[in-house]
Design a protein around this ligand. Structure first.
Ligand SMILES: [Zn+2]
Length: 277
């Protein structure tokens, strides 16, 4: 039976969480954006559950069973996660799945499950661009954008439920709801800036040109509304001039030399593209 004292402390805690939510407009210090009520293993568990749901949906997420192509993409990601800035390479399951549709997009599930559409692999022109996109997705997983957004959206409700001892499997319930809507794949603009920045920094520790995200921006710019294969990309990874300018600034500040075949790898990538059917 609940005593007055325990109810009171729960109510206080509830309002602390609400207070944090309400003050999300203020961004000085540790902001609401960094608050995460999920643990690292919750991220992995949630990601696994969504993977399970997705595999049942072969219409929208048909797995592309091309082992050679999957291994090639996986190998690039394996190198990226060796960056000293990647924190959860041991806790997360950094695993590539290719999806057999012409959609030009990629996404990260919590816990490191990175999905890349065949349409994206065919669309881009060199290996460095692929590395930049993979590093961007690794950053979404590493920075735990999905569970941070879920904390914002469900935080108070979730915590109150746990405090009141209702349904201990609430994470599973939330996961099921989210997997059906896949709402958490829709990154905010803030998430995009952060993922671009971390992508650049991860790549600085690799053999790929760190500014290669720019090749992709240049290619998709102006195609919004005219290329239906890009629709999902624009809705899940919002692109605006600020992202392009921010990447340009990173490139300038790092005083990178001009990209060349030795860090872009166009020839090798074109050979890889020929293996996609
Ligand atoms: Zn993104």
């Amino acid at each position: 039976m609940l005593t007055f004292k325990s109810i009171k402390s729960k109510i206080i805690l509830f309002f602390i969480i609400l207070g944090v939510s309400f003050s999300s407009g203020c961004s000085d210090g540790a902001s609401i954006g960094d608050l995460n009520l999920f643990s690292i293993s919750d991220d992995v568990q949630l990601g696994q559950q969504v993977v399970t749901e997705m595999r049942k949906d072969q219409q929208n997420y048909p797995v592309y069973n091309n082992q050679q192509a999957t291994a090639y993409v996986q190998q690039i990601m394996d190198e990226i996660i060796q960056s000293p800035l990647v924190k959860y390479r041991n806790e997360f399951n950094y695993k590539i799945t290719l999806i057999n549709t012409e959609t030009i997009n990629a996404f990260a599930l919590p816990g490191g499950y990175i999905h890349v559409y065949k349409g994206l692999l065919k669309y881009i022109d060199n290996e460095a661009t692929l590395a930049a996109i993979l590093a961007h997705e690794v950053a979404h997983a590493e920075r735990r954008h999905a569970t941070k957004r879920m904390t914002k959206a469900y935080g108070a409700q979730f915590l109150l439920g746990l405090l009141l001892g209702q349904n201990p499997s609430q994470i599973e319930e939330i996961a099921a709801n989210l997997a059906s809507g896949l709402g958490f794949l829709y990154n905010s603009r803030e998430d995009e800036y952060e993922a671009d920045e971390f992508s650049f920094k991860y790549l600085q520790a690799t053999r790929w040109y760190p500014g290669a995200g720019k090749f992709f921006f240049e290619k998709i710019q102006g195609q919004q509304g005219s290329n239906s294969s890009l629709e999902e990309l624009f809705s899940t990874h919002p692109l605006d001039q600020k992202r392009i300018d921010a990447l340009d600034k990173l490139i300038q500040d790092a005083k990178l030399g001009n990209p060349s075949e030795s860090n872009v790898f166009t020839t090798r990538y074109n050979d890889f593209k020929k293996t996609l059917n």
